[in-house]
Design a protein around this ligand. Structure first.
Ligand SMILES: *Cc1c(COP(=O)(O)O)cnc(C)c1O
Length: 468
């Protein structure tokens, strides 16, 4: 482990960044996790906050930077969550913090539909430049990921004059009525919240580990099922959009087998269907490309982004072909807070940091550091069914030894062990049996190695305890 500290604010004399001392990038446990102060706050939370909000780790945060989260009891936890793939540049990057403070001092809000500001235009230009394809593009900004997905569907519907939306098994697109409907998993996202939005149809994803046709035929099989659904059940002239996450996030970090997404895109093109890539989790360098669509040379008609876009501030975007984006009637999309100026300032700073510090390459270096260790671990361990992912979006799928039967209890126990040892790990997947790693892209290699030691130890302990 190294004792280096997070990068200090470069020449920044701003109070907002001065107050925050740099955090030594080292795991440190001072109390049990959660500690007494966190437990006290948790009691207050329970009597003040709706029980509908879950929590991965009931620890309250004092400050965070680089790969470390410091809690109110003085414990230093290693961050393998990045607030769900948001804080790729770290949770208190000095440039982002300064941009937020400066913009807040100038003005916090005007509503872009009332009077305009250049930050909104700057972010739109950046997204038009960074997203795949050199065709003419336009961007619309919103606040949350779900809002971006909703608007992408509205744009696809109004420009095609069609209603139906095709989504994939294991998809996650958000929690609003339409996006919840588009999301696959019933509990906790949909149960009790119906009736759902109409005209959403689901088709299998090419999931190598679980394809009924076997890993070698996953692409062929899933494409055949998609075509059958559209051609024989829904009707091509009724389908507005097909939407896919290039690597599925909440559904289990599923990397579709090669050729599947290019096949989906080609099929959509043939039938005048808008192909939407939901890059809300995969965007901005996370998978080792600026956008995950680049991996197989996809050029989606529309891309949704959010999460890592604005360094922790709420901002989302729909970027698409100019002919689609400009065919939408004036005043028909938007929102009071859409493209908030403080969030736009944060996004410009975060994008500059990603480009200046080579964070896309850093994501590839994280893959090179982590994946071989996870593969070596899986080799002698029959409860690891699959190890997968790209860049800094990596996962371990846990199964009953030697089978493909999901083992959510193992994932839960291993994550709990990591939490107790000061490593913030998340569980995901339709079956709740996938441990996912989403470190900030700025995490130091030594800190990441320490976190991997903890995960390895947690898995070995679990294997040793479990009856053979
Ligand atoms: C997180 C996520 C969303 C929803 O974003 P919110 O900001 O939570 O509304 C949509 N799609 C994908 C792929 C996501 O990962």
């Amino acid at each position: 482990m190294t004792d280096t500290v997070a990068r200090p604010a470069p020449g920044s004399a701003h109070a907002a960044t001065e107050e925050v001392s740099t955090i030594v990038q080292r795991r440190l446990l001072q109390t049990a996790i959660p500690g007494p102060r966190s437990r006290e706050l948790q009691r207050r939370r329970e009597s003040a906050v709706s029980a509908g909000f879950g929590v991965t780790l009931p620890v309250f945060v004092e400050q965070a930077s680089g790969g470390i989260v410091v809690d109110v009891d003085g414990n230093q936890l290693i961050d393998l969550a990045s607030g769900i793939a948001v804080t790729s540049v770290g949770a208190s990057d000095p440039d982002v913090a300064a941009a937020v403070a400066n913009q807040a001092a100038r003005f916090t809000h005007t509503c872009f539909m009332v009077t305009e500001y250049d930050g909104f235009v700057d972010v739109a230009e950046a997204l038009n430049r960074l997203t795949p394809g050199d065709h003419e593009k336009r961007t619309a900004l919103f606040s949350t990921g779900a809002e971006a997905v909703e608007n992408a569907i509205k744009i696809a519907r109004t420009t095609t004059g069609r209603d139906a939306v095709i989504v994939l098994d294991h998809a996650y697109h958000g929690r609003t009525l339409l996006t919840m409907t588009m999301t696959a998993k019933h509990v906790p996202y949909k149960a009790g919240f119906g009736p759902y939005a109409p005209e959403v149809y689901r088709t299998p994803t090419a999931y190598p580990f679980r394809s009924p046709a076997g890993p070698g035929r996953a692409t062929e099989d899933a494409l055949a099922r998609l075509k059958e659904l559209v051609l024989t059940q829904v009707g091509t002239d009724r389908v507005a959009a097909i939407i896919a996450e290039p690597i599925q996030g909440e559904g289990g970090f599923i990397v579709p087998s090669p050729g599947f997404l290019p096949g989906v895109q080609e099929f959509a093109r043939e039938h005048g269907i808008v192909f939407i890539a939901d890059e809300i989790q995969t965007g901005f360098g996370r998978t080792g490309d600026m956008f995950a669509s680049e991996h197989e040379g996809l050029v989606p008609d529309i891309i949704t982004s959010a999460k890592a876009l604005a360094g922790g501030m709420p901002l989302s975007a729909v970027t698409g072909r100019a002919d689609l984006m400009d065919a939408v009637a004036p005043g028909s999309i938007g929102g009071t807070y859409a493209g908030n100026p403080v969030a736009c300032a944060a996004a410009l700073a975060a994008i500059a940091v990603i480009e200046r510090d080579g964070l896309v390459e850093r994501a590839r270096a994280i893959e090179a550091q982590v994946l071989p260790r996870l593969r070596a671990l899986a080799d002698g361990c029959h409860m690891i069914g699959d190890v997968r992912g790209r860049g800094a979006m990596l996962a371990i799928e846990l199964v009953k030894p030697g089978t493909t039967v999901p083992d959510p209890a193992a994932a839960k126990a291993i994550a709990a062990h990591c939490h107790a040892e000061g490593v913030i790990t998340l569980v995901c997947g339709t079956f709740g049996n996938v441990i996912r790693l989403l470190p900030p892209l700025v995490i130091e290699p030594a800190l990441l190695d320490d976190a991997l030691d903890v995960i390895e130890h947690a898995i070995r302990e679990y294997v040793n305890r479990a009856p053979a």
